[in-house]
Design a protein around this ligand. Structure first.
Ligand code: ZN
Length: 201
């Protein structure tokens, strides 16, 4: 098991004075595989936008300086998130993962062009998510990830219950059907992608 370290955008208004230093020390110790979650949340806005932007930028620069992947949270903020990642890419290499992706096909294509992997979580399985399944079918196989986001976002048929990592099989099955591939093929691809992104050191 490996960990990511970061300060979630919903929490950046309540950061302790030494918290960023602690994150940095943890990351430099080599015991974490990724930086994040970080990003922009214009839905909850539990922190001012300029504070969220400042911390997103800090996480991006830390990930770039150490060559670590960046786990990105984006909610009602995909345009600003993609613009920020584009600016970062102009400065140097960056390997972002857009987690629990819910954007459009155009936004998915733009994210792929920017070098992102796209993570699909339990909401992919919801009856109301036909559009998202169509989007997920357009993502190149080498950029796909599946995730639990447990204890949240339980997939059908377990929606509303506490989520567990093992429930990701329901998301995988749904994604395989949407893409017209076998569950085995989908599992092999997403496993290889996760290893490439998170276990490269
Ligand atoms: Zn998130």
């Amino acid at each position: 098991m490996v960990a990511a370290a970061g300060i979630h955008p919903n929490d950046v208004a309540e950061v302790e004075p030494d918290e960023w230093d602690r994150i940095t020390r943890l990351v430099v110790s080599g015991r974490v595989a990724a930086i994040g979650e970080t990003g922009l949340d214009w839905y909850r806005e539990s922190a001012p936008r300029d504070v969220q932007r400042e911390f997103f930028d800090r996480h991006i620069r830390l990930a770039q300086s150490l060559g670590l992947p960046l786990v990105v949270h984006t909610r009602d903020s995909i345009r600003d998130t993609l613009d920020t990642l584009r600016e970062a890419r102009a400065r140097g290499p960056l390997a972002p993962v857009l987690h629990a992706f819910t954007g459009s096909a155009d936004e998915a294509a733009e994210a792929v062009e920017l070098g992102c992997c796209l993570g699909f979580a339990g909401m992919l399985t919801f009856r109301s998510a036909a559009n998202l399944r169509q989007v997920a079918a357009t993502v190149p196989a080498d950029r796909l990830l599946i995730e639990t986001d447990s204890p949240f976002l339980s997939p059908e048929p377990l929606r509303g219950r506490r989520n567990e990592p093992g429930h990701v099989v329901h998301t995988a099955r749904c994604l395989a059907i949407a893409r017209g591939v076998s569950l085995e093929r989908l599992a092999a691809d997403t496993t290889a992608n996760a290893r490439r992104v998170f276990l490269r050191r």
